[in-house]
Design a protein around this ligand. Structure first.
Ligand code: SAM
Length: 283
């Protein structure tokens, strides 16, 4: 068996052998702590017939452990320097395949359907490139593909917004929209010193499980309403919602009354269920 990739010495060796210094523009920070990588992989692989879609394998630190626990690992990478590294670092992983494609261009539904047809459960795992964390997650959510679980690492501050609860400082439109679509579970905190190069901030691993879409909800309308209610955080829901209704405060007051929401409250104190009620009565 090949040596573990997620160590400082192995990472230095691959980087120097293949002259692949981490590129900031691709959001590259390689994991160098095998215990953490092992734990992420164990959480990510949710059944014993899983195909894992990995976004950004880098030099293979997480991939190596995913290959250990999953039946198949299909990784999407953008950096043209990395295929030759992966060919070496993962040479003993015969369940691994690499696709050189910007993940933002991937047709997620058809990829997931293909692997489902072959009899696999599909999950997603990644140490995400920080510069496109939200676009990647929204692409996965919006695909509506039957993905069993999405287990990903991101900057702690971004993770805080995805799973923030009502009444907390981080609770915003992104939190409400994400929690409408998914169950969000924090898995673990990851300190900055287990990456090479060391980033300026700590990270956190979250797991997202997509919920069944609710019938009779036009999501674009619901999300526009939620975003409008958070537009100016200091303003009351009456003011923000009134602006959304074309500066019609009277109508806003009436609809808020029907939804049983006190007009002097602020968006950060309003639950997902209350936003759904507001959406329903404002139809
Ligand atoms: N998985 C490795 C690890 O944990 O050590 C590397 C993670 S690094 C934070 C992010 C990886 O995503 C890099 O390998 C980078 O080249 C890749 N990447 C960046 N943008 C990408 C994109 N649009 N599509 C696919 N991969 C991308």
């Amino acid at each position: 068996m090949k040596p573990i990739i997620a160590t400082p010495s192995a990472t230095k060796e691959y980087v120097s052998k293949y002259q692949c210094m981490a590129k900031k523009g691709y959001g590259q920070n390689f994991l160098i702590e095998p215990g953490i990588v092992d734990k992420i992989a164990r959480y990510a692989v949710t059944s014993n017939h899983c195909a894992v879609i990995e976004i950004g394998p880098g030099i293979g630190a997480l991939t190596q452990f995913l290959c250990r626990y999953a039946k198949r690992v299909i990784a999407y990478e953008i950096d043209e320097r990395l295929p030759q590294v992966l060919e070496d670092s993962l040479s003993d992983c015969d369940n691994f395949s690499l696709v050189m494609e910007d993940f933002l261009n991937v047709d997620v539904s058809s990829v997931v359907a293909d692997w489902n047809q072959k009899g696999y459960d599909v999950v997603v795992a990644a140490n995400l490139p920080y510069y496109i964390t939200t676009p990647i997650l929204f692409k996965l959510f919006e695909s509506r593909a039957p993905i069993q679980a999405i287990t990903v690492m991101m900057q702690k501050e971004v993770a805080d917004r995805f799973h923030a609860g009502v009444n907390s400082a981080d609770y915003n439109a992104l939190s409400v929209i994400t929690q409408y679509r998914c169950e969000v579970t924090p898995i673990m905190n990851v300190p900055r010193n287990v990456f090479m190069p060391k980033p300026k901030v700590d990270s956190r691993v979250l797991q997202f499980r997509l919920k069944e879409p609710r019938l009779n909800v036009e999501e674009e309308k619901l999300f526009a309403l939620i975003k409008a209610c958070f537009r100016q955080r200091r303003k009351t829901i009456l003011n923000n919602f009134g602006e959304y209704l074309g500066n019609n405060k009277e109508k806003a007051r009436e609809i808020l009354g029907q939804a049983d929401i006190d007009p002097v409250r602020r968006a950060q104190n309003i639950t997902l269920e209350e936003f759904l009620r507001l959406y329903e009565v404002s139809l």
